[in-house]
Write a protein that binds this ligand. Structure first.
Ligand code: NAP
Length: 346
């Protein structure tokens, strides 16, 4: 038995050794598909932890976690069980994220230590700053809710937080550090000032929101793009839905390819993501879904024509707009995303 399959694989499993990987600038390799663990206020932590256990059994080696998902303490048991069953720690890729209420210099290291304790791990493979704003709100609030202490992006403050992440690397608690929900102007400043460069940037990526400019910028700067909501997040919280949002898995181009391949349109979204070069982290608690999402990476690829057809259906439709992180009244959510190419001033 090789190191990737310490036990005989269960019937529907994918051999993890066959799952493609992406190489970070350190030379480390991240599996090209991960399991998302944000329950969107709809799925219990227990169900998600059970999915993590089942997904590792089915061949996943990459799990995308975050303190704010409030389930790391349950996922920790799933990881422990997987390792007790013979999966080696070094064959797993575990990401966690620093929540917005822990950006203060004194809070960063304890927040990471808490995630490590909850996940029952000695180190994380990747630790991200979840949002570039220190703005937070009570769980499940309406999009009109605002944090009265909310602030715009202040680079000096972001770098103070980043220095603590760099410290975590030096302490051996974290192997790589990265960014999430960033824009090109913000990343330019971080790349200019970081001692340890971001290894990955987590960003919303699906066929109707391809972010070609940011995607290219990230890749050209040696940063691995990790794509969240790769299926278009059909179960995202109601507060993140607007009437103008489009539905990737109902797009005629996606549906036509899915019919030809005899798969669900979600699987086409995952194939497209992997072939484009990002690392999708689809969420699913249903076994047939998470298995088919991983299988997507090891089965018949999309043709060049399919890839071109999907490239042409980009609708620039951001689903996770982040309204609750705005810092003043009567602002548009677009202010969070520097759409004019410059950091939105205070
Ligand atoms: N960094 C960030 O700020 C950030 C933001 C958002 C998300 N994320 C991460 O990205 C992960 C994924 O994003 P997401 O949860 O928003 O959405 P997603 O992965 O695009 O969508 C998940 C939903 O797609 C459906 N689905 C999944 N696999 C399927 C399959 N094979 N066939 C049919 N339907 C399928 C399921 O819906 P049904 O239950 O209806 O079947 C599932 O609930 C999160 O869990 C989280 O880890 C990060």
């Amino acid at each position: 038995m090789d190191s990737h399959s310490p036990r005989p694989l269960v019937a529907d499993a994918v051999n993890p050794a066959q799952v493609p990987t992406r190489t970070l600038y350190t030379g480390a390799k991240v599996p090209a598909v991960g399991l998302g663990t944000f329950g969107s206020d709809r799925f219990s932590g227990e169900a998600i932890a059970e999915a993590v256990k089942g997904a590792i059994e089915a061949g996943y080696r990459h799990v995308d976690c975050a303190a704010v998902y409030s389930n790391e303490h349950l996922i920790g048991y799933a990881l422990k069980e997987a390792m007790a069953g013979g999966v080696r720690r070094e064959d797993l890729w575990i990401t966690s994220k620093l929540w917005n209420d822990k950006h203060d210099e004194k809070d960063v290291i304890p927040a990471c230590e808490k995630s490590l304790k909850d996940l029952q791990l000695d180190y994380l493979d990747l630790y991200l700053i979840h949002w570039p704003f220190p703005n937070y709100h009570a769980p499940g609030v309406d999009v009109s809710s605002r944090d009265p202490r909310a602030k715009p992006y202040i680079h000096e403050n972001y770098m103070k937080t980043w220095r603590q992440l760099e410290k975590l690397v030096k302490m051996g608690l974290v192997r790589h550090i990265g960014t999430s929900n960033m824009t090109i102007p913000k990343l330019k400043l971080v790349l200019r000032d970081a001692e340890i460069k971001p290894a990955a940037n987590e960003m919303e990526l699906h066929p109707h929101f391809q972010q070609p400019e940011l995607f290219r910028f990230v890749v050209d700067n040696g940063i691995v793009p990790i794509g969240f909501s790769p299926i278009g997040s059909p179960q995202r919280p109601d507060r993140d839905k607007t009437p103008d949002d489009t539905v990737d898995i109902e797009d005629p181009v996606i549906v036509r390819i899915a019919q030809r391949l005899n798969v669900h349109p979600a699987v086409v979204c995952i194939k497209w993501a992997v072939q484009r070069g990002q690392v999708p982290i689809p969420f699913a608690v249903k076994r047939e879904q998470y298995v088919s999402n991983l299988r997507a990476a090891v089965t018949e690829p999309l043709t060049d024509d399919d890839m071109q057809a999907i490239a042409s259906i980009d609708k620039n439709c951001r689903l996770i707009k982040g309204q609750v992180f705005l810092w003043k009244d009567n602002q548009s959510w677009e202010d969070l995303w520097d759409v004019n190419g410059e950091i939105t001033p205070a």
